[in-house]
Design a protein around this ligand. Structure first.
Ligand SMILES: Cc1cc2nc3c(=O)[nH]c(=O)nc-3n(C[C@H](O)[C@H](O)[C@H](O)COP(=O)(O)OP(=O)(O)OC[C@H]3O[C@@H](n4cnc5c(N)ncnc54)[C@H](O)[C@@H]3O)c2cc1C
Length: 380
């Protein structure tokens, strides 16, 4: 790590690393078989102080506005090859929490924030629908005002933490206007009319519960609106850079973890009377990947530094997101190749890294959408 971490960060990293070694790695295979993380992981992480850094002390949190702590959690979990848990923590701390800390009234904060720190509340965000993903303006879930409530109808799909989640930020349509017609409602999962659909079968991230959600005449109090009606699109766009930064932290650390593990493997495995590490092809492939990861880490650290100063722009976050996640996919692919047939076996960490990496260039905004943001920033 090249970023400027202080002694408290190093101590925190040690405690996260122990937590990952003891509470995540030994259980991960079981969670993959269950297609879901054990929700107790969240309360254990809460006790360990891994959740809700930015929650003010008045609402039960440490009140630490320092993304380096967030990054350490995502970094350590992903480096250990537990991407499904990594994305769950990333959602809790980096993706959804900012809506609840930055866009809420004191009354809403008091209701929602304490549970996010203890892990009793598990967060999710529901934007994507069967008919629209990249194009948020295509959202069709409706929220119609009826007295003190909105009546919500529609369905969402591909929602992470969809089975375990207890509190969701839901993007809804409150009027026909393309952009100003979107609003964000916070929905408790025990609201009548809220139902979870299938836990979707994916090619990777097997321990992550990714689900459909359906809303049928679901009455959500107006008191659960985030900010003002019609601001949803702008609120989403405002928070996406941190989401993308967090995904990039996961990408670089997961790829570094795979590279380390592959370096061990090529020293142990022999062919034609010598370790495969002795072949020039192996050396060149690993030398190239190590160089690219060095670049990626330096670039990532610079973006984290910028973000801590409040200066990370949407365009830079988009550049970082597409480039680091595409690199992660390539690293996993090349490292799998160096494992030969064993790399195709689920019991090998590189196989999990390969399938888990593939989604990274899609969610949080696809590589193509990231490039449209960068191109717009270039004035074309
Ligand atoms: C495992 C998983 C977890 C997810 N978690 C969540 C979650 O928690 N919450 C949530 O709301 N969503 C979630 N998603 C949804 C995810 O964000 C979307 O799948 C993603 O944004 C892409 O949308 P789409 O699938 O509708 O693809 P589409 O938008 O249909 O895109 C299909 C293809 O067209 C390309 N394309 C689209 N528009 C353009 C364009 N303008 N220019 C060039 N190419 C374009 C895309 O890049 C892509 O290659 C998750 C998805 C998965 C698979």
């Amino acid at each position: 790590m090249t970023i400027d971490y202080e002694s408290e960060h190093h101590q925190f990293r040690d405690s996260v690393r122990s937590f990952v070694r003891e509470r995540i790695v030994p259980h991960h295979e079981q969670w993959e078989n269950d297609s879901c993380l054990d929700p107790a992981l969240f309360t254990e992480a809460g006790k360990q102080g891994l959740l809700g850094f930015s929650v003010p002390e008045a609402y039960g949190g440490p009140g630490v506005e320092d993304f380096r702590y967030n990054a350490i959690v995502v970094d350590e979990v992903n480096r250990a090859g537990a991407a499904a848990a990594g994305i769950a923590f990333s959602l809790q701390n980096d993706v959804v929490l900012p809506y609840l800390t930055d866009m809420t009234t004191p009354e809403q904060k008091a209701r929602w924030l304490p549970g996010t720190v203890t892990g009793e509340t598990i967060l999710g965000i529901a934007m994507t629908e069967p008919g629209t993903g990249s194009d948020l303006t295509g959202i069709r879930t409706t929220a119609v005002r009826d007295g003190d409530h909105y009546v919500v109808n529609g369905s969402k799909t591909f929602i992470s933490n969809g089975q375990n989640g207890t509190l969701f930020v839901v993007a809804v349509r409150t009027s026909a206007d393309k952009h100003k017609g979107l609003s964000l409602l916070v929905v408790e999962s025990d609201t009548p009319g809220f139902s979870r659909g299938r836990n979707l079968e994916k090619i990777g991230l097997h321990a992550q519960d990714t689900s459909e959600l359906t809303f049928t005449d679901m009455r959500v109090p107006v008191a659960n609106l985030l900010g003002e009606e019609g601001q949803g699109f702008y609120q989403l766009v405002h928070n996406l850079p941190q989401e993308r930064l967090s995904l990039s932290v996961g990408a670089v650390s997961a790829a570094e973890g795979v590279l380390d593990q592959t370096l061990e493997y090529v020293k142990e495995r022999s062919a034609f009377g010598q370790p495969i590490a002795g072949f020039q092809n192996t050396q060149f492939v690993l030398a190239e990947l190590a160089t690219e990861l060095d670049l990626a880490r330096t670039y990532l650290d610079d973006c984290i530094r910028q973000h801590v100063r409040g200066e990370l722009t949407p365009a830079r976050a988009a550049r970082l997101k597409w480039w680091t996640t595409e690199l992660q996919v390539r690293v996993a692919d090349r490292c799998l190749q160096l494992h030969g047939g064993y790399g195709y076996m689920r019991e090998y960490a590189v196989a999990r890294a390969f399938v888990d990496a593939r989604i990274q260039t899609i969610y949080g905004g696809t590589t193509e959408i990231m490039k449209t943001i960068v191109a717009k920033d270039l004035g074309i």
